[in-house]
Write a protein that binds this ligand. Structure first.
Ligand code: FES
Length: 150
């Protein structure tokens, strides 16, 4: 079995409780979120109490306990971006994806979120996809950006 499948990742760390975070990071990366039944498998294989797995998975922001899309789309709604037209970016992203803040589409392509300033105000308003910053964004440019992410 490929070590890049969830079961492959779990097998790689079987019997190694000290590798719990490594296992969860790899599964998060592969699957984009941590389903409860997968965390139970991790607990069994690594011989770690399920409650401890849940505690770690809930504590770190890098882990998601709800389904996530392959691509995370973020519109900054901090004050500077707001004053430079973030509301229009939000409206366009919502029109193109059909998503509201915090939602993931049914084919798991995008998870859409808005949020506070990420420290790149000088290039605002900005759209961030998978951590890549697109500054001085306009609603007209958004479709071309999103097309790059299948
Ligand atoms: S307000 Fe958007 S990056 Fe600072």
């Amino acid at each position: 079995m490929s070590e890049h499948t969830i079961d492959g990742i779990i097998e790689k760390y079987r019997g190694q409780p000290g590798s719990l975070i490594h296992a969860l990071v790899e599964i998060q990366h592969q699957n984009h979120w941590l389903p409860r039944e997968v965390m139970q498998k991790v607990a069994d294989a690594l011989q770690v109490p399920f409650a401890q797995v849940m505690q770690i998975a809930s504590f770190y922001k890098a882990f998601s306990l709800t389904p996530k899309g392959r691509h995370e789309v973020h519109v900054c709604t901090g004050m500077t971006c707001h004053l430079r037209g973030a509301a229009k970016l939000r409206a366009k992203v919502e029109e193109l994806t059909g998503l509201k803040d915090g939602e993931t589409d049914t084919d798991s392509r995008f998870t859409y979120q808005t949020g506070a300033c990420l420290g790149s105000c000088s290039i605002g308003p900005e759209l961030i996809v998978n951590g890549k910053h697109y500054g001085r964004m306009t609603p007209e440019k958004i479709e071309d950006v999103l097309k790059q992410y299948e």
